[in-house]
Design a protein around this ligand. Structure first.
Ligand code: PMP
Length: 450
């Protein structure tokens, strides 16, 4: 071997290796790190791996987290995360022995904790146990799964539905499985993380359009559609950060014209929109088949845990046999499926809860606006932000309100852009006008102080 490659002419290869090793060790020592152990038997040492790649505390995300939480501690701001709720969380919740007016849960129709829903879960435990212990395809299927899926399909007036053990996983595996590298997925810029993860998994090209801007989508598809095989458009029924909703009929017209599939995530619109809580479809008076993929979660209005996809038989059967997140994952625990089924039935029996929720949302929005709070584009149905302009200010407001007996979560960068950091109020049908009045009064005072 020519020595010129190492830049060390005239040295024996043993001496050359020794010098390289010594230089390397010096470099590591200077950087405050131990050199790697020389392998036994005098074999050439493996090239050193930067220590950052071997330690969890060196991950950039974790380091940023530490900087932010240490900074907050230095400023005397308590962490607003992982608060321990000691019982059922609805309009009120007990945290560390104190009762708070609670705006941090998605128990929109008060179904989690509803005695009928709880009894259904208990009965399912007595009948089926607490777990089905296997994928439904092999031996995890129970009648309660089919009953819940039938009820969801009926709700949307579509052929069938499939439930997954997580709402997040429902989006990841559905999009990840159905689309591939020759396809395009276009989404509203404020779409939920689970959709983004699904697109990443699929390998499809991803493009976003400005929030709720149907014209921007139309232009984008006019330019791009012809380059791809399948195209999926993904929207939310109610956007979880802003509390507004898309002009769905307009998006349906666009998706038809461009021959694309349309998926709507109803995590925050089921139970919240429409006269009887049937969601954005009911709000606009649309037939079930106007949207190709209806998605929703069981964790919010439906008082359980999991996600669903509803649509035509070919879609649902496809996912049941082939989507990895269903095929290789356990079926929903029977008490959870039973709770969600009972909550769905109760939602339809009790439209007054939906009406109260909508009225309280409107009341909160009107009062907050009148007090000078920036509520962004919220439609005031169930999600109402108070936009505060910085993560620090949002954390301070959350802390100050907590001191006064109000539990509301701040939404910080990077969940939203820093300048739109906010508090996010989730309204439940159990919030009273008096509770809302007190909350808005507290914010009005904070507007002058913080
Ligand atoms: N989609 C949206 C729009 C959501 O807001 C969420 C979670 N809040 C999910 C999907 C994931 O649902 P889950 O928490 O039930 O897994």
């Amino acid at each position: 071997m020519s020595n010129s490659k190492t830049g060390l002419p005239g040295l024996t290869s043993a001496l050359k290796n020794k010098l390289i090793q010594q230089a390397l060790e010096r470099k590591l020592r200077d950087a405050g790190r131990e050199p790697p152990a020389t392998p036994a038997g005098g074999r050439k040492a493996a090239s050193p791996v930067p220590e950052a790649y071997t330690r969890f505390d060196q991950y950039p995300g974790y380091r940023q987290l530490r900087i932010m939480s240490d900074g907050a501690a230095r400023l005397g701001v308590r962490s607003p995360f992982f608060k321990l709720h000691e019982g059922t969380a609805n309009a009120q919740s007990s945290i560390a022995g104190k009762t708070y007016i609670n705006y941090a849960s998605y128990n929109y129709l008060d179904m989690s904790g509803d005695p009928v829903v709880s009894q259904a879960a208990k009965d399912a435990i007595d009948r089926y146990g607490t777990s089905v212990s296997a994928s439904r395809l092999v031996s995890g299927e129970r009648p309660i799964h089919r009953e819940l899926e039938r009820a969801l399909a009926d709700l949307y007036e579509v052929d069938d539905a499939i439930t997954f053990v997580s709402g997040h996983a429902a989006n990841v595996t559905t999009i990840g499985y159905l689309f591939g590298p020759r396809d395009l997925v276009v989404h509203d810029e404020l779409i939920h993380n689970s959709v983004l993860q699904g697109i990443q998994l699929s390998g499809a090209k991803r493009l976003s359009f400005a929030h709720n801007d149907a014209d921007a989508l139309d232009r984008l598809l006019a330019e791009q559609r012809h380059q791809f095989e399948r195209v999926l458009i993904v929207l939310e029924g109610i956007y979880s950060m802003d509390g507004d909703y898309p002009d769905l009929p307009r998006f349906i017209e666009i998706k038809r014209r461009h021959q694309a599939f349309l998926m709507v995530d109803e995590a925050h619109s089921l139970g919240v929109m429409g006269k009887t809580g049937r969601g954005i479809r009911e709000h606009f008076g649309l037939p079930g088949n106007a949207v190709d993929i209806w998605m929703g979660t069981l964790s919010k209005t439906l008082a359980g845990c999991g996600g669903y996809i509803a649509g035509e038989t070919a879609l649902v059967e496809h996912l049941k046999f082939l989507a990895p997140g269903f095929l290789y994952s356990v079926g929903m625990p029977p008490p959870v499926a039973a709770a969600s089924l009972a909550a769905l039935q109760r939602m339809l029996e009790l439209p007054e809860r939906v009406a109260t929720l909508q009225a309280r949302g409107q009341y909160f929005l009107a009062r907050a606006k009148a007090a000078g709070v920036d509520t962004g584009s919220s439609a005031g149905i169930a999600v109402i932000p108070a936009i505060l302009g910085s993560s620090l200010r949002a954390t301070r407001w959350s802390d100050a309100l907590f001191e006064q007996g109000f539990n509301v979560q701040p939404i910080l960068y990077p969940a939203v852009p820093e300048q739109s950091a906010r508090l996010r109020f989730f309204i439940a049908c159990t919030h009273s006008q008096e509770q809302i009045d007190r909350t808005v009064q507290a914010m009005q005072i904070l507007l002058k102080k913080l």
